[in-house]
Structure formats: C-alpha cells, structure tokens
Write a protein that binds this ligand. Sequence first.
Ligand SMILES: Nc1ncnc2c1ncn2[C@@H]1O[C@H](COP(=O)(O)OP(=O)(O)OP(=O)(O)O)[C@@H](O)[C@H]1O
Length: 251
Amino acid sequence: MKAIEVSDVSVYYDNVCAIRDVNLEISENEFLAIIGPNGAGKSTLLKVILGLIRPVNGEVKVFGNSIKKREKLIGYVPQAIEFDRNFPISVRDVILMGRLRSNFTFFHSYSKEDVQKAVDIMDRLELADLKERQIGQLSSGQLQRVLIARALAVEPKIMLLDEPTASVDLNSRNKIYSILNDLKKEMTIVAVTHDMAAISTYFDSVACLNKDLHYHGDKELEEAALKKVYGCPIELIAHGVPHRVFRAHEE
Ligand SMILES: Nc1ncnc2c1ncn2[C@@H]1O[C@H](COP(=O)(O)OP(=O)(O)OP(=O)(O)O)[C@@H](O)[C@H]1O
C-alpha cells in the first residue's frame, strides 16, 4: 500500500490556480524532496495532503484512507512560523502540545505517557538542555528542531516539512538533515526544499512541481527536466553547486 496517493488534485484560491491535476504516489518509507520555484504550489500540496485545504477536484488517500483518519498519522512542520516572541511557553510545553488531540478540553492535563514521550523526543533531538527555555529565546535552528519535535510527538507515520532548513545556518542544517536521515527508517518523509545540495546527500527521490507535477522519481535529475520546471538555467537553481545532483549531460 502507498503511504500517500494524490489523485487528479487541483486547488484554486479564488481564481488563482495553485496546483493542477496533480497525481503523486509516495511509497512507505520514501524520503521525498518537493522542489519548484516560488509560488509553484509546494506548500499548497502539503496542505492538501494534511487536509487543511480541500481540493476543487481529486482526492488524497493516506495509507488507503480518505481525510477523516489522517489526524494521527501525519506530523507537520510548517514554513517559518510567525509568532509572538514574548508568548510565555517553554520548549517542553510546545512539544507536549503535539500530544493534544482535537477533543481536548480547556483544563487538559497530560498523562505520564505524554510527558515521557516528550522527554524521549527531547533527548533524541538534543533539546533536553533547552526544555525550560521560553520559545521566543531560541535560535532559528533550535526553533526548527522544536517544531520537528512537536510533530514527532504525534507519533506520526508520515512527516511533512515545509522548507525545514530555510533560515538556519550550515551547522543547524546538517543537524536537521541528520535527524531526518535517522527518522526515515521509521516513517515516510516529504520535505519541500530549495536546498539542491541536500537532495543528493539525503533524499531518495524528487518531485518537481510548478503548478503541474512535472516529474517524480530518481533524485538524479536530467538537466532538461529541471529547466522545464524552473524555466531558467540550472546554475541559477543550484546556487553554486550546479552539477552535484545531475547526471552527466550527454550531447
Ligand atoms: N491563502 C491564499 N490565498 C490566495 N492565494 C494564495 C494563498 N496561498 C497561496 N496562494 C497562491 O497560490 C500559489 C501557490 O502558493 P504556494 O504557497 O503553495 O507556493 P510555494 O511553491 O509553496 O511557494 P514558495 O516557494 O514561495 O513558498 C501562489 O500563486 C500563491 O500566491
């Protein structure tokens, strides 16, 4: 069974078409990068898989089920979140929020199991020393790891990440990819990224989206396929690491 099946999905925001007739099957334990230019519909595709956006046509199945049974199966790390940096909440409490279910009440208290789960995840992601830290006092890389930890607290079978390394330094980037590399043994991971160098090192496969899905397959892409999606020379896409992810080009 496929982890995710996207069938003939189109999404419009008013009159703007964000994605069009997208078909994509993602296997269990696949580590997939979704690439494409700005505004290509990458975040929209993740939100459709999550059930946050309803497509105008088509459907999404997760482990063979349609929308209702998805809640506990998917962990989501959104693109650079905006939040009140003074909000008085600790790293530990943000991670615990991943244990909340949709039927929680105002005076919810966490079970021993919830707390232990949060402790285990903090250990695994090297966040234990930061557990009491107020969330606004984290670096971008630390915050990103906390958001991954919160998504893991759901105990997901699938992780969706929207540009997880967009605003972090090289050290944090490597740390985040090493965490994902470790997690990929246990779950299906789909990450939107502009980090072309990461693709050859970490991912199994690539999907190229620019409203239409142009390609899904081996991470060693043909230059021509990329040029079609981005509509510009490859050097501009790869930001100085032009040929690491490409097959030798045969004239
Ligand atoms: N809430 C919204 N209302 C109206 N239009 C939207 C909305 N969200 C996205 N769009 C439009 O839909 C298209 C796809 O946007 P989306 O954010 O999915 O692209 P993306 O590939 O994730 O872009 P980026 O790489 O810049 O993050 C864009 O034209 C965008 O302006």
